[in-house]
Design a protein around this ligand. Structure first.
Ligand code: SF4
Ligand code: MG
Length: 335
């Protein structure tokens, strides 16, 4: 499959009056056509900043690119002017957010908001954009689209608003759709419907998806590959199967252990004790060292390299060094 996005050694910081917060540190990943890559991590792990960097939506200042590159369809995005980015955003790369209420314009009908991109990026007439809007609403499963298209966001339910956001994001057939916690604000049934819808639309359009989530549970049925972020870094990448059935990073083990399982209603979830590192003063070595039950001396002193375990799995943990003690993953990992 063709590579559509290549992020290499990306580092992004925020200048605060006290310190420089190193939100994203040396992050690298690829995205291919028709692929869904999930970026998973706790809040503050750098996953949203990574996604916003691809859209060049990180406010600068206080944000700044410290290094690295973002190659989209053969072109470096970091060098693009704001004007050039405006023609990429919405057209080539679409984005949907957790709360459609904050990203939809409350004073404009849903139809106008879909039409905006079509008129701007595809030179459509108002009439054609309206007709395409009806088609798109139908495609995302909104009943009665001829009537709905003239309504305002507050007349839609939460799930419908998220569907409308997806329609807006997909209006111009973007090559990449970035979905940042797209279902977090929705109840479980609607969540599943929205994730299914994204999957179905991907099959129809071929759009590559970056799915940002704190919830490993939504990843299993929605993603092809997973990147696990912790403390501003990617600590493990793998296919969905590798991450769920053969994870090698203790933080991935922790995430799996804190995931509710269908057959274990009464068992308490094993939350990972401790809190994430302070990115104003990130640890010199492994970012997870302070919380890792397997931490060794080297972990606090040196950043582990990414060990390549397969064509798709890469894990940054000293336990994979040939001289490290053999450690068995906790029992609960065998899901
Ligand atoms: Fe734990 Fe060390 Fe591996 Fe980090 S490098 S996850 S501290 S064992
Ligand atoms: Mg976020």
């Amino acid at each position: 499959m063709k590579k559509i996005l290549s992020v290499k050694n990306l580092s992004v910081s925020f200048e605060t009056y006290k310190a420089e917060v190193k939100a994203v540190r040396d992050v690298s990943f690829d995205l291919h056509e028709k692929e869904t890559l999930a970026i998973v991590g706790e809040s503050g792990s750098g996953k949203s900043v990574t996604a916003q960097s691809v859209m060049r939506l990180v406010p600068m200042p206080p944000g700044k690119f410290v290094g690295g590159s973002i190659i989209f369809d053969g072109e470096e995005l970091i060098d693009k002017s704001e004007k050039q980015m405006e023609s990429i955003r919405g057209k080539e790369i679409g984005m949907i957010f957790q709360d459609p209420m904050t990203s939809l314009n409350p004073t404009m009908t849903i139809g106008k908001q879909i039409a905006e991109g079509l008129i701007k990026h595809q030179n459509m007439s108002k009439k054609d954009a309206h007709a395409r809007g009806i088609e798109l609403l139908k495609q995302v499963g909104i009943p009665n689209p001829e009537k709905r298209i003239n309504q305002y966001p507050h007349e839609f339910s939460g799930g419908m608003r998220q569907r409308a956001m997806i329609a807006i994001a997909l209006a111009c057939n973007p090559k990449i759709l970035i979905a940042d916690e797209p279902t977090t604000a929705l109840d479980v049934t609607i969540q599943a419907q929205i994730l299914d819808l994204m999957k179905q639309l991907q099959e129809e359009t071929g759009t590559a998806i970056i799915l940002i989530t704190h919830d490993l549970g939504v990843v299993a049925n929605s993603a092809h590959r997973v990147a696990v972020m912790y403390g501003g870094k990617i600590v493990e990448t793998g296919s969905v199967e590798e991450i769920f059935y053969n994870p090698k990073h203790p933080y991935t083990w922790g995430l799996l252990g804190s995931m509710p399982k269908l057959d274990q209603h009464d068992e308490k979830l094993k939350a990972i004790p401790g809190s994430p590192p302070d990115l104003a003063d990130p640890p010199k070595g492994c970012p997870f060292a302070a919380r890792c039950p397997f931490a060794m001396k080297v972990c606090g002193e040196h950043m582990p390299e990414h060990y390549e375990l397969s064509d798709t799995q890469k894990t940054a943990c000293w336990l994979l060094h040939e001289g490290a003690p053999k450690v068995e993953p906790p029992e609960f990992v065998n899901v």
